[in-house]
Each structure stands twice: as structure tokens, then as C-alpha cells.
Design a protein around this ligand. Sequence first.
Ligand SMILES: NC(=O)c1ccc[n+]([C@@H]2O[C@H](COP(=O)([O-])OP(=O)(O)OC[C@H]3O[C@@H](n4cnc5c(N)ncnc54)[C@H](O)[C@@H]3O)[C@@H](O)[C@H]2O)c1
Length: 338
Amino acid sequence: MFGRAASIRPLVSQLKLGARPTRARPSFKFSTSPPRRAAGSNLTAPPPAYGPIGVARALQPGTTASPTIFTDEFSLADRVALVTGAERGIGLEMALALVEAGARAVYCVDLPKAPGEEWAKVREYVGALKGKTGVGEARLEYVCADVTDQEAMWKVGKTIGDREGRMDVGIAAAGILKPDSPCLTYPAKLFQQVQDVNVNGVLFTAQAAGQQMERFGNGGSIIMIASISGHGSNKGHEWVSYNTSKSAVLQMARSMACELGPQRIRVNTISPAYINTKMTGAFLAKNPEVGERWAALHPLGYIGRPDELRGAAVWLASDASSFCTGTDFSVNGGYLAW
Ligand SMILES: NC(=O)c1ccc[n+]([C@@H]2O[C@H](COP(=O)([O-])OP(=O)(O)OC[C@H]3O[C@@H](n4cnc5c(N)ncnc54)[C@H](O)[C@@H]3O)[C@@H](O)[C@H]2O)c1
């Protein structure tokens, strides 16, 4: 299941034997401690582990003047992440962004037994990033798993937890889109397939990451890739299965955020508009005339690049968004603004 660089076998046999994790749990703690309060005590969270930031830092007597916004709040130093659908497209783009923000290890989960050339090149690039400003151990790992298999996904999460001693970020980016089909005769099987990946798969991914976040007690950030298709129907398309699945993801995030807030596990969604990936590329190859129409649907006048989602992903994954949960960030070129 795990790729060459992350062979799962020894870990699985250790698990069976009940052996202890191979790595000691790092002492690093998530910085935004929960407001565990005694009656009458302070109602806000304490400052991050790296000390007061912003105005509080400026006002601290004897403070050293140094910017913290990128070195601390946006930094993912030593963090561990699981990203599904990350053999390519939006998932891979986000996986690389996490590494660049300092993540120690990012596990890319996807269907192919072995990752393709594009993923391998990105991994090579990650290797070359080591030692550059803000970049940590920088490991990009590959795991072959199907997000619709709950047991397998839990096992992936546990194996990563055993190996790394923490889990900080889970991004559910695996998703599928089927060709147009009228809603009144939409085939049950096709509808189910889309829900299996886009809804069940997102839940199982969130569980896999969330269980490990709960286990290690450092909090964490779960990010589900929803879509503008969850906010409204795509004009000119018969995508009832996809649109339904993306609305479900928006509500799943809100529901999980409310349950997991006390453990400082934050759950949010990102809703992109049309982004130029193989998913949309495959569609446009069959319907070339649609590209112009899609581009015109965005006030910015173009179809988005996957890298235009990097900032949102890192922000949501990091302490910079520590007070955000149960909400959606629509990165959409103005698509919803008309
Ligand atoms: N491209 C867009 O315009 C767009 C817009 C809004 C939302 N999204 C969403 O962003 C996410 C990523 O889409 P993308 O454009 O990068 O698409 P993509 O097709 O390029 O990538 C999706 C990845 O998910 C993987 N995947 C599919 N089924 C899987 C399964 N059962 N188990 C594990 N992996 C599986 C695929 O192998 C693929 O690598 C999806 O959830 C998609 O719905 C995309």
C-alpha cells in the first residue's frame, strides 16, 4: 500500500506485535492551546507556545522586535500531513505547498499502485528544497489506497501516526466528476459511485487524520475540498451527483467542526471554482467549446490554476487560521459574486 519510500510492511508487522512506535513523539506542541477554563478564568486562548504575537508581542516589556507572521503563524515546521488525491492535480499542489511551508512529512494518498512521472518529479524537487528557508525535513511520501475503503483509510492514518508520532493536517482532495446526465434519469449506480468517493471518501479521510489528531492530542486541521458546485448548480451542466456530493461536504465539515472543536481539531472546506486540472481537462477535451464559457463565468475572466489554491491551503493548515473552524473558503475568481 505505501510506496517504495514509505514501505508499510515493517510497520504493519510491528503493529500486530504491539510494538512501540519507531519514533519518539516530538516535544513540539500545537501552539493554540484550548481554552480549558476554571470558572471565572480568562475566556480567551493563551498565546501560542512560541510566545505572544502581534500587538501583544509589541507591547510586551523587553520584547525583541522580529516578525513572526511567516516564521511562526504560517509555518508548518515539524507538522505531518495526509493528503488524498495527491498523485496529481489540486491534491499534489497542496501537498507541495505544505512541504514548502515547513511540514516534516506529507503523505500523498491515491489510487495508482505507484505514483506517475509528475509526482516523481515533484518529489525530486522537494528533495532539492531541503535546507532552503523555512523548509524542514521535507519528505513527500506516497501511499496507494482507495478513499472509499474505510478500514484501509483508518489503517493508513494509524500507520502514519505510528511512524511519525503525530498528525497535524488532513486534506481530503480525492474526488471524481462524471459526464453530464439528466437528473430525472440519472443512473443510481453512477450517483452512488460519486457519493462513495466525494462524500464517503472525504469522511473516511477526515476520520483517518482526525483519529490520529485525537490520539496525539495536539489538535489539528482537516481541510475538505468542496466546490462552488456545493453552493449552486453549475450553469449549463447536468451534474446532480457531483453537486449533491459537494453540498454534503460543506455540511460534513460544519458537523465535524462542532464535534471536534473541544479537541482543537478544526474542520474547514475550500470551494474552488473551475481549476485547470486533469479532471476539468478531460471534460474540456470532449467539449472544447465549453472552456470559453467557463472562463467567462469568473469575473477575473479565466479558469484558475491549481497553484492559486496554495495560500488558502497553507493558511488553513497553519496556526494563522487558529480561530477558524466549520467554515468554507471559496477561492473562485469571483464566480459567486455576480
Ligand atoms: N478542477 C476543478 O475545477 C475543481 C473545482 C472544484 C473542486 N474540485 C475538487 O478538487 C478535488 C481535486 O480535483 P482535481 O481537479 O485535482 O482532480 P484530478 O482528477 O486531477 O485529481 C483527483 C485525484 O483523486 C484521485 N482519486 C479519485 N478517486 C479516488 C479514490 N477512490 N481513492 C483515492 N484517490 C482517488 C484521482 O486518482 C486523482 O489523482 C476534487 O475533490 C474535486 O472535486 C476541483
